[in-house]
Design a protein around this ligand. Structure first.
Ligand SMILES: Nc1nc2c(ncn2[C@@H]2O[C@H](COP(=O)(O)OP(=O)(O)O)[C@@H](O)[C@H]2O)c(=O)[nH]1
Ligand SMILES: [Mg+2]
Length: 312
């Protein structure tokens, strides 16, 4: 195990891949490894991408990998989307070949399943981010499925959140998903080659609130499939990072992130403690019966289980 950690710290991509698999499988040794690498994490600029399926997040990210490599940055990507076309090191669909990237020691791409996590973002995702930081990546991009609560969760965890939209087709009314306007540090209207891009941009510019901390989220347009506008996105990402460090906002976000992670870990630990043993499984079954039969409300039952768990 120590040798696996040592290899990750030396920049060995295969060791990192192995460790992330162990994290996905929730192997006990993975926890020890995470303990060992924790103090080597926290160095990368973590950028989250969210937006409707098909907007072009994966395509944009693949272009950004190239843009940032050209700037000498080491780039990690985690796609929390089983349908994300990062398989086998090749971006499918638009035929942008990523085989160079998979051979590049300074690029690491990985897809992860959400495993039914309600937010759509597995706790494992952010453990994997730490592995990539320990691996020496200085930019880590996380692609999330723009569904459920995942975009709110990525916004809480990432330093910079990019919302990727695309023009609506025909006379379809452009309805932005609720909550999307509070989370973006950067808005990208991709597929600017299609009709309706201008409308989408003005729509966004009209409704985006001025962020309180001296950052007005820009609205950029791209044709990711052609690489158009990608440099501007890379520039704005760097600008936002500079803004975060210069304004002190970075420290505040780091604290908020630590709190989110602690709360997540507490919830998971409590749940595991109360449901792991066969006896607790039976208790859980009885508790569910009581809720279904209206003998007790959910909160009361949860409190009782917590108390019983402490006593045992
Ligand atoms: N016309 C057009 N198609 C694009 C553009 N960017 C991506 N696409 C295509 O849109 C589809 C969905 O892209 P993808 O990156 O998988 O979207 P994601 O679901 O948001 O990750 C793919 O077929 C891409 O080739 C663009 O700028 N213009
Ligand atoms: Mg995708």
């Amino acid at each position: 195990m120590t040798s696996l950690v040592a290899r990750v710290l030396e920049g060995d991509k295969r060791a990192a891949a192995r460790l992330i698999s162990m994290i996905e499988d929730d192997e006990p040794e993975a926890r020890n490894a995470l303990r060992a690498i924790y103090r080597h994490s926290g160095k990368a600029h973590l950028v989250g991408f969210t937006g409707p399926p098909g907007a072009g997040k994966s395509t944009l990210i693949s272009r950004l990998i190239k843009a940032f490599r050209a700037r000498g940055r080491k780039v990690g990507v985690i796609a929390v989307d089983p349908t994300s076309p990062f398989t086998g090191g090749a971006i499918l669909g638009d035929r942008v070949r990523m085989t160079d990237a998979s051979r590049d020691p300074n690029v690491f791409i990985r897809s992860m399943a959400t495993r039914g996590h309600p937010g759509g973002l597995a706790l494992a995702t952010f453990d994997a981010v730490k592995v990539l930081e320990a691996l020496g990546m200085d930019l880590v991009m996380v692609e999330t499925v723009g569904a459920g609560q995942s975009e709110v969760e990525i916004a809480k965890r990432a330093h910079t959140t990019v919302v990727v939209e695309m023009p609506a087709s025909g006379d379809e009314v452009q309805i932005l998903k609720a909550g999307i306007l509070e989370i973006g540090d950067l808005y990208v209207v991709n597929k600017a080659d299609l009709d309706g891009a201008d409308a989408m941009v003005s729509n966004l510019e009209l409704v985006i609130p001025e962020h309180s901390k001296g950052w007005r989220p820009p609205v950029l347009r791209t044709v990711a499939s052609e690489g158009t506008g990608v440099t501007d996105v890379a520039d704005e990402l760097e600008k936002h990072w500079k803004h975060l460090t210069a304004s002190g906002e970075l420290a505040a976000r780091e604290r908020a992130r630590a709190e989110t992670e602690l709360r997540g870990a507490l919830a998971e630990a409590a749940l595991q403690r109360l449901t792991a043993r066969p006896a607790s499984q039976a208790n859980l079954g009885k508790a569910i019966d009581r809720i279904v039969h209206r003998q007790s409300d959910v909160r009361t039952v949860a409190e009782e289980l917590l108390k019983a768990g402490k006593a045992s």
